[in-house]
Design a protein around this ligand. Structure first.
Ligand code: HAM
Length: 420
């Protein structure tokens, strides 16, 4: 019997992967110019990290984690997101002693056991950034600017930014009191999970997907209306910073993030063209997370981009990326004893940094040209006995069919000049 891949995961085949690599190149270039350095954390961590960091009552932790005991019975989980692990690394490597702020980025797979659908997978990939050690709203704005510039460099249009603030624990307490008083008379209409949430973590009522609960909550109090003066001032200052950066946004008081660690700023970037799962990136401030995970008090802010959803959005807009195959050269050999010569030409091209391939078996000219065509290369170099006798090769542009004879010593400079 054929073994198939599990539901909700996928292979990335070479054609697609070239798009991924392009996107990853954009990530690295941008992160570099904004002064972020890469961090790689393990794919699995102790389950407790996510329970404490992301929150035991969140759907992500309570329902969506891949959790398993290791051979000694310790509970491990595949990471459902990147922030908690980066925070753990921050603490473990005493990064609070590094020059502050510490600005880190990551690209990698995350795992959530959710119901798969377009744009929602069980293994998906995020590009994320985290900044530690600075509570200024200017950093929140910089992080948002970086997120938007990422989409801009990729050429993505039609995105919208929604911002809100969930406030600090003080605001949170006032808000949850108001929320509980509002909802208590209607407890009977809540689902079983929400009845539990009401006692254990009322904030999580706001991300219930049950239509009954959603209906009861449409008019419910929102965190933005319960900000303390300090959080309100931070949010106002953020809006000024965004203005200074020419960033337009909508304030969405109903914006609720599915993770418990947020304090203050929260934001999401949406793209209309990709269906129900339209959040292509999201983040916010988490000023208590380092402490919650056992480190010294350290403010933090960051975001994560869903790479699959970003690629879907680009595809929806018909935005193509440079096709690596198009850059290549295929070397065709014609006639007895030319195979060796073709090998030398291919090697010289490769050593000059030009993507080159050839037919290994020395088949007929037509077959080789067909092969070149199927690979979608831009140029074919024809190594024939006659040309060799003149110290030349023939160079054919596949798009126009135009063919010229060039001296072998001119081949590489010419290809380079055309590529530039
Ligand atoms: P998140 O909102 O859970 O935040 O995920 C960020 C992005 O990851 C989403 O906006 C979405 O594009 C993508 N994503 C999430 N789940 C899936 C899925 N099942 N399939 C495909 N894409 C998905 C976080 O993960 C936070 N760690 C972000 C953050 C960083 N906040 C502060 N720093």
């Amino acid at each position: 019997m054929r073994v198939k891949k599990p539901r909700g995961v996928f292979d990335i085949l070479p054609d697609k992967l070239e798009k991924w690599q392009h996107l990853e190149g954009v990530v690295r270039d941008l992160a570099h110019v904004y002064g972020y350095r890469e961090i790689r954390t393990p794919i699995f961590e102790f389950t407790e990290l996510f329970q404490r960091g992301v929150g035991e009552e969140t759907d992500i932790v309570a329902k969506e984690m891949y959790t398993f005991p290791d051979r000694r019975g310790r509970s491990l989980s595949l990471r459902p997101e990147g922030t908690a692990a980066v925070v753990r690394a921050f603490i473990e490597h005493n990064m609070h002693a590094w020059p502050q702020p510490v600005k880190l980025y990551y690209i990698g797979p995350m795992f959530r056991y959710d119901r798969p659908q377009a744009g929602r997978y069980r293994q998906f990939h995020q590009f994320g950034v985290e900044v530690f050690g600075c509570a200024e709203p200017a950093v929140d704005a910089e992080v948002i600017k970086l997120l938007l510039q990422f989409y801009e460099v990729l050429g993505l249009k039609g995105i919208s930014l929604e911002i809100s603030s969930v406030g600090c624990p003080k605001c949170r307490n006032e808000f949850t009191d108001a929320l509980v008083s509002y909802i208590r008379p209607q407890t009977a209409g809540l689902c079983k999970d929400c009845r539990n949430r009401l006692h254990r973590n009322p904030l999580r009522l706001l991300d219930c997907k049950e239509p009954g609960c959603r209906g009861l909550l449409t008019e419910a109090p929102v965190p933005l209306n319960y900000l303390c003066p300090v959080c309100a001032a931070h949010f106002a200052a953020l809006r000024n910073e965004l203005l200074a950066l020419n960033i337009s946004y909508n304030i969405n008081p109903h914006l609720v993030r599915g993770l418990d660690y947020y304090t203050g700023t929260s934001f999401e970037v949406m793209h209309a063209g990709i269906g129900a799962q339209n959040a292509i990136g999201a983040g916010g401030r988490y000023d208590n997370l380092v402490q919650t995970c056992g480190g010294p008090p350290t403010p933090g802010v960051g975001f994560a981009v869903g790479i699959e959803r970003t690629l879907m959005a680009l595809q929806d807009q018909g935005i193509g990326f440079p096709d690596a195959a198009q850059e290549g050269v295929f070397v065709v050999s014609v006639g007895e004893g030319t195979l060796r010569h073709a090998l030398r030409v291919v090697q010289a091209l490769r050593e000059a940094g030009i993507r080159a391939d050839r037919d290994y078996a020395g088949r007929g000219l037509k077959t080789q040209l067909k092969q070149a065509h199927r690979r979608g290369v831009k140029w074919v170099v024809i190594v024939g006995e006659e040309e060799i006798s003149r110290g030349n090769v023939a160079l054919r542009a596949m798009d126009t069919g135009e063919q010229i004879e060039v001296n072998e010593s001119e081949l590489i400079p010419r290809l380079r000049a055309w590529r530039a």
